[in-house]
Design a protein around this ligand. Structure first.
Ligand code: GLN
Ligand code: ZN
Length: 757
C-alpha cells in the first residue's frame, strides 16, 4: 500500500490584501522603521504558515518567504554581492534593497524573468566574489516555524546548478568551477538544517526542465553526489517543475531521497510509465496546476494519481501543486463582485491547497471519502463550460476565414517608411517615451474612489483629462517629439483591456508578484473573446487635440494579453490569442479612423511565453507572428506601427521580431548593460529601433553624460537614421519630479548627440 502525503512547494508571500507590498513600500518611503517592517512581515509569514497548517498540509515549505526575491536571498546569504555594492555592510537590509533597486551611487542589478513565468528575479553577479555562508536563511526560517508554531517545515533551497546557471559574471566554461565553490556552503546549510531537525529538504533545480547539455547534466549528477557525501543525513527532495525533465532516466538515479516532477506541464506521466521510478525513492507528484487559477477537475486529478501510483512501485507518494504557489493569487475568498459561475470555477493558492488535501484524502481512503467534494468540482466546471461565455458564433466564423491566410501589410517597410516620414516630419533621433507616465497617489486614489462609487464616472473621466492635459504640457515643455497620453486611465496594461473585452473577467484581489513589491492582477479568460466598443479612442483623441505633435495610440498586443492572463485550460491558447488579435485589430482601425498616425502595440511578454522546450518554439512563434499581424497589418501604409518589449534576450528571436513587421520597435536595454545592441547590427535590422537609454526601475536620475554614452554606444552599431531615443519602459511606477528630471536629461543628451548629424 502506498501512503500519500500532502505537500506544498511555496506559498505566495504578498498576503491576501498585499500587506507585504504595503509594508515594503512604507519602509522604502521612510514611513515605517526597519523594526516595523520586520514585525509586519514576520506576522504575515507566520500567518501564511499557520494557514497551511490549518489546511492540514503535511509538508509545509519554509524559506520561501522573501523581502524582495528568493534568488537575491540566495545570493545574499552566500555573500554574492555585486562589486559596486561591496563596500556596504554585507548583512544589512539597506544593502539588500540597494542591489535590488539601485542607490544614488550604484545602478541596480539586472532583473529577468524566472523561466517561463512573469516573476522576475535579480540576476546574481559572481565576478570577483568569494562565496561564503553569511546567513543560513533556511535555518532561520525553519527554527522560527518550529519554535513559534510547532511546524517541522520543509526548507526550500534553490539548487546550486540552477543558481549558478541563472547568475552572470563568468564564462560558460567556468560553470562547473563556480558550482563547486558553492557546494561546501550548500553542504553546511543541509547539515545545519538536519541537525536542527529538518526531515526533508526541497532543493529546486528547475533547470532540469530546460534543454541542458550532457556536460551540464553530468555536472548536476556530480553535484548531488558531492552533496550526498558531504551531507549524508540530509533527506533531499530534488524538485523540478514547469516542464518535462529532459534526461529523466539519468535524473531519477541521482543519489537523492526523492524526486519532484510536474505532472501538469510536460510528459512526466509518459516518462514514469515508460521508464518506471526507483523503488527506494519518494515520488513527489505535482498534480494540481500551480500556474493557473481554475478549479481542478478532481475526478481527473484522482485518476491521474491512480495512474501514477499504478506506474511506480514506491512506498510514499507526495501530492502537491505543480510548482510554487507564488505564481497564483492568495485566496478567492476576498472576491465579492464576481459572477458566481466564474467565482465557483476558481481556485487560488488556498483553494489549491484544499484540493491537494482532498486528493490526498481520496487517494488514501478511497474515492467515496471525498464524494461531495468531487461532485462540487464537477458541477462548477460544467456550469462554466456550458455558460454563455462560450457561445460566440461570429468570432468563430471570423477565425475560420483567417485560417491558412497570410496576413501582411500591403507594401513593404522600405516603402512604408518613406510615406510615414513624409507625414510625421520627425527630426533625426526622435525622442519618445514608452507610454505610461507616473501614476501618483492621487491618480491611484481617484481611481479607487471611482471604483468604490465615491465619485461619478464623469468626475473620474474629468480627472483623467486634467492629468493628461498637464502631462501633454510637460511633454511639450520638455520638447519631446512623439508624445503619449500617459495611460492614466489604466491600472495595468492587460487588466485594462480585460475589463473591456468580452470573454474576460477581472478580480478585485487576484494579485500576483511580478517583481519586488510590484504585483499584477492578471485578468481571466473565461470564454470567447471579442470587441464591442472602442477602448482607448476617447483618451488618445483628447490628448491629440491638445498638441500639434503626434500622440501615439497605445495598445497591449495579443501575445502579451494572452500570456499575462489566466486562460481557462479548456480553451485552446492559440485560438484565444487570435480572438484577442481580431478584437485589437478593430481597436487599431478605430484609432486610425480617428486620425491617430502612430499606434504602439506592446508585446513585452513575447519572449516570456516561450515554451521551455526549444522544440516547441516554432509553433509558438508562428502563432505569435500571426496574431500580431492580425492586429496590425490592415492599417494604411502611412500609419506607423510601433511595438515595445522588455528584458528580452533577442539574439535567438531576432527573426521573429523582424517578422512582426512593426515599423518601430523599442526595447529595454540598460539593465542588461548593452548586451543587446550587437544582435541588431549582426542581423542587419532595417526597421527603426529605440534601445532604452536609461533604466526606469530605479528612482535614480541618470545624468546627461550617462545617457549620451548609451546613445553613442548604440550608434556605433546602429544607423542614426533608424534610431529612436526613449527610456527602457513605461514610467508609471516613477515619481513626477524624478521623471521630469530624467526625461529632461534624456532630451538634452539627444539634442547634443544630434549635433553630430
Ligand atoms: N505602454 C506600457 C507602459 O508604458 C508598456 C509597459 C511594459 O512594457 N511592460 O507602461
Ligand atoms: Zn517595457
Amino acid at each position: 500500500m502506498t501512503t500519500f502525503i500532502s505537500s506544498n512547494l511555496g506559498y505566495p508571500r504578498i498576503g491576501e490584501k498585499r500587506e507585504w507590498k504595503h509594508a515594503l513600500e512604507s519602509f522604502w518611503g521612510n514611513n515605517i522603521t526597519e523594526k516595523a517592517l520586520i514585525n509586519q512581515t514576520t506576522k504575515l509569514r507566520l500567518a501564511n504558515l499557520e494557514k497551511q497548517q490549518k489546511l492540514g498540509i503535511d509538508w509545509i515549505p519554509v524559506g520561501d518567504f522573501s523581502f524582495y526575491d528568493h534568488v537575491l536571498d540566495t545570493a545574499f546569504s552566500f555573500g554574492v554581492i555585486p562589486t559596486r555594492f561591496q563596500d556596504l555592510d554585507e548583512k544589512s537590509l539597506d544593502t539588500y534593497f540597494g542591489i535590488a533597486r539601485g542607490t544614488k551611487e550604484a545602478v541596480a542589478a539586472e532583473m529577468t524573468k524566472w523561466f517561463n513565468t512573469n516573476y522576475h528575479y535579480i540576476v546574481p553577479e559572481l565576478n570577483d566574489v568569494t562565496p561564503k555562508l553569511v546567513e543560513n536563511r533556511a535555518l532561520t526560517y525553519f527554527l522560527e516555524a518550529k519554535e513559534k508554531l510547532g511546524i517541522i517545515g520543509k526548507p526550500v533551497l534553490i539548487g546550486p546548478v540552477t543558481f549558478v546557471k541563472l547568475s552572470k559574471g563568468y564564462e560558460e566554461n567556468e560553470l562547473s568551477d563556480w558550482v563547486e565553490k558553492f557546494l561546501p556552503l550548500y553542504a553546511q546549510v543541509l547539515n545545519e538544517l538536519t541537525e536542527a531537525g529538518a526531515e526533508w529538504i526541497q532543493i529546486d533545480e528547475p533547470i532540469l526542465g530546460t534543454n541542458i547539455s550532457n556536460q551540464e547534466l553530468e555536472l548536476i549528477e556530480k553535484t548531488y553526489q558531492t552533496l550526498r557525501a558531504e551531507a549524508p543525513q540530509a533527506k533531499i527532495l530534488l524538485q523540478t517543475y514547469f516542464e518535462t525533465v529532459q534526461h529523466y532516466q539519468k535524473v531519477v538515479q541521482f543519489p537523492v531521497n526523492g524526486i519532484g516532477l510536474d505532472f501538469i506541464h510536460g510528459e512526466s506521466l509518459e516518462l514514469i510509465k515508460k521508464w518506471g521510478f526507483p523503488k527506494d525513492k519518494v515520488l513527489a507528484a505535482g498534480v494540481i496546476n500551480g500556474r493557473n487559477v481554475w478549479r481542478a477537475d478532481l475526478d481527473t486529478t484522482l485518476e491521474l494519481v491512480e495512474e501514477i501510483n499504478g506506474a511506480v512501485d514506491v512506498e510514499t507518494i507526495i501530492l502537491q501543486p505543480s510548482c510554487s504557489l507564488l505564481h497564483v493569487p492568495v485566496t478567492k475568498d476576498s472576491e465579492s463582485k464576481m459572477d458566481p459561475i466564474i467565482l465557483n470555477g476558481l481556485s487560488f493558492a488556498d483553494e489549491k491547497l484544499k484540493e491537494i488535501q482532498a486528493i490526498t484524502e481520496g487517494a488514501n481512503k478511497g474515492k467515496a471519502s471525498i464524494q461531495t467534494i468531487l461532485e462540487e468540482s464537477k458541477t462548477a466546471r460544467e456550469a462554466l463550460a456550458h455558460s454563455s461565455y462560450r457561445q460566440n458564433q461570429s468570432v468563430a466564423q471570423e477565425l475560420k476565414e483567417l485560417e491558412g491566410e497570410e496576413v501582411k501589410r500591403t507594401i513593404p517597410f522600405s516603402k512604408r517608411i518613406r510615406l510615414q516620414r513624409e507625414e510625421l516630419k520627425l527630426p533625426i533621433l526622435p525622442t519618445t517615451t514608452i507610454g505610461s507616465l507616473p501614476q501618483t497617489a492621487e491618480v491611484k486614489g481617484t481611481r479607487t474612489k471611482w471604483r468604490k462609487g465615491d465619485i461619478t464616472n464623469q468626475e473620474y473621466l474629468e480627472f483623467i483629462d486634467i492629468e493628461t492635459k498637464k502631462w501633454i504640457q510637460i511633454q511639450e515643455d520638455l520638447d519631446l517629439d512623439v508624445l503619449v497620453h500617459g495611460e492614466f486611465e489604466r491600472t495595468d496594461m492587460v487588466e485594462f483591456f480585460g475589463e473591456k473585452l468580452n470573454g474576460f473577467a477581472v478580480t478585485e484581489f487576484g494579485w500576483v508578484q511580478s517583481y519586488g513589491s510590484r504585483c499584477v492582477k492578471p485578468p481571466l479568460v473565461v470564454g470567447d473573446v471579442s470587441w464591442s466598443n472602442p477602448m482607448t479612442v476617447r483618451e488618445i483623441v483628447f490628448a491629440q487635440s491638445l498638441t500639434k505633435k503626434p500622440v501615439k495610440g497605445m495598445l497591449t498586443g495579443p501575445v502579451t494579453i494572452l500570456n499575462w492572463s489566466f486562460v481557462h485550460e479548456e480553451l485552446p491558447r492559440f485560438t484565444v490569442q487570435n480572438q484577442i488579435a481580431l478584437a485589437l485589430e478593430k481597436e487599431v482601425l478605430a484609432l486610425e479612423k480617428a486620425g491617430v498616425q502612430i499606434i504602439q502595440v506592446d508585446e513585452p511578454a513575447l519572449r516570456e511565453g516561450l515554451p521551455l522546450d526549444h522544440l516547441k518554439w516554432p509553433a509558438y512563434f508562428d502563432a505569435a507572428i500571426k496574431a500580431f499581424r492580425i492586429s496590425t497589418a490592415t492599417v494604411k501604409p502611412s500609419t506607423q506601427i510601433h511595438t515595445h518589449m522588455c528584458y528580452s534576450e533577442f539574439s535567438e528571436i531576432f527573426e521573429v521580431i523582424d517578422a512582426l513587421d512593426a515599423d518601430v520597435i523599442s526595447i529595454e536595454t540598460s539593465r542588461s548593460h548593452g548586451e543587446l545592441i550587437d544582435t541588431f547590427e549582426k542581423n542587419k535590422y532595417d526597421k527603426e529601433i529605440g534601445l532604452g537609454v536609461y533604466d526606469i526601475h530605479s528612482p535614480r536620475v541618470p545624468s546627461v553624460e550617462e545617457i549620451k554614452l548609451n546613445i553613442e554606444r548604440a550608434l556605433r552599431t546602429i544607423d542614426a537614421k533608424q534610431f529612436w531615443i526613449n527610456p527602457d519602459c513605461g514610467l508609471k511606477t516613477r515619481g513626477e519630479a524624478e521623471t521630469v528630471a530624467a526625461l529632461e536629461n534624456m532630451i538634452t543628451a539627444a539634442k547634443q548627440v544630434r549635433e553630430a548629424y
